[in-house]
Ligand binder design. Structure first.
Ligand code: MRU
Length: 369
């Protein structure tokens, strides 16, 4: 997608050389910096410190991480596995991470060891390209929903869509999940306006989603996390679309903390609440999201300290919380399937239920996504 008028992806292999390159999202929106990752440990650090984040982007970066792991392994399955575990341990909630690492392991174990590096690089590129293509298709399917709502409004009146956190192109390799239908609608000339939840504690909405939408010239307004319910009560939201970091085969959805509250408010106000995801985000083994999905707990400093741009142009951290008060930082919550109107996937839109998901993804096709 566009950054200052030119197209970018979030992660790629350097055209010359042997490194993985990422957009360092921890510096956005104030600085646009490309970071070079030279070894698997640097990839693991970039994921755990959230220089890259978002389910699809983490998965694609881990895919490239396994290319660097294949180099380090020099044919040893034990060393390869060590690196795989190092990558998987970085962030527990997003299923795309384990999915991408396991996909690489399967591919490499079926290949001669002297081909590992080439095979892993090719597979990393395939994972990244598929991620972009799937998100683009999510956009095409989701755009129909937006078009339907627009057709019930007065000509020119925008469809108001609320989103939480960043399920934009920065959270994938391109297009995004929740934002893909928005970008598709905007490019098709359907008037849209996006309510962007700021998304404490790290403010991925205020910092990243707003930055993306601004670059794509999509009308949007940043709101505090607690504003959504009020806007819904007053008819100012037509549709909610969020992303997800892990979705059970029964349709329960883990996403950034606060998503569940938006789903409750949408349900209370009769507003459609859709979740957009590529199939790499399904967890085909988990049935009960609330009980089974591992919820990452991050450091309390993300709650008590906040980054911001100071008047002198430097990025500074400020203290927000009473000194000495304990903090808790649960990074995700689970929205039960009963509150989700539908899932927007690369294969189409389905009910958030075992039956609905099985119609698009029959069990015998799941291993070969
Ligand atoms: O903690 P993050 O920034 O990795 O959280 C991920 C998210 O931005 C969301 O939960 C997102 O909506 C999921 S879509 C990939």
């Amino acid at each position: 997608m566009l950054v200052n008028g030119s197209t970018h992806r979030t992660v790629w292999s350097a055209a010359e050389g042997e490194t993985v390159q990422i957009i360092d999202q921890s510096k956005l929106p104030w600085n646009f910096e490309i970071e070079n990752l030279r070894c698997v440990s640097e990839v693991a650090t970039a994921i755990s410190e959230m220089h890259v984040r978002g389910a699809g982007c983490i998965g694609a970066t881990a895919g490239y991480g396994m290319w660097l792991a294949a180099k380090k392994a020099r044919g040893s399955d034990e060393r390869l596995l060590e690196s795989a575990h190092e990558l998987i341990a970085t962030r527990p909630t997003a299923s795309n991470l384990t999915w991408a690492v396991e996909r690489q392991l399967t591919k490499l174990r079926a290949s001669p060891v002297d081909r590992w590096v080439a095979v892993a690089k090719q597979e990393a590129e395939t994972i990244a390209n598929e991620d972009a293509a799937w998100c683009q298709r999510i956009g095409e399917h989701g755009c129909k929903l937006i078009h339907e709502i627009a057709s019930q409004k007065a000509p020119g009146e925008p469809v108001h869509i609320l989103t939480h956190c960043n399920a934009g192109w920065l959270a994938f390799t391109d297009w995004g999940s929740a934002t893909a239908p928005i970008y598709a609608a905007h490019r098709a000339g359907i008037p849209v306006h996006v309510w962007v939840d700021e998304t404490r504690p790290r403010n991925q909405g205020a910092r990243l989603t707003a930055w993306e939408l601004m670059n794509e010239k999509v009308p949007h307004t940043v709101i505090v996390d607690n504003a959504g319910g009020h806007l819904m009560q007053h008819g100012m939201v037509d549709l909610v679309i969020t992303g997800t970091d892990r979705t059970t085969y029964t349709g329960d959805v883990a996403n950034k903390i606060g998503t569940y509250l938006k789903a409750l408010a949408a349900h209370d106000n009769g507003i459609p609440f859709y979740v957009a995801l590529p199939s790499s985000t399904f967890d085909w083994k988990m049935r009960d999201g609330v009980r089974e999905i591992p919820i990452e707990e991050r450091g309390g400093s993300e709650v008590s300290l906040m980054d911001g741009l100071a008047e002198d142009g430097s990025i500074q951290k400020v203290d927000l919380v009473n000194p000495g008060s304990p903090t808790a930082n649960h990074a995700f919550d689970v929205t039960p399937a009963r509150l989700v109107t539908g899932l927007i996937t690369e294969r189409g839109i389905c009910a958030a239920s075992e039956d609905g998901i099985s119609r698009l993804y029959p069990p015998h096709e799941r291993a070969t996504q």
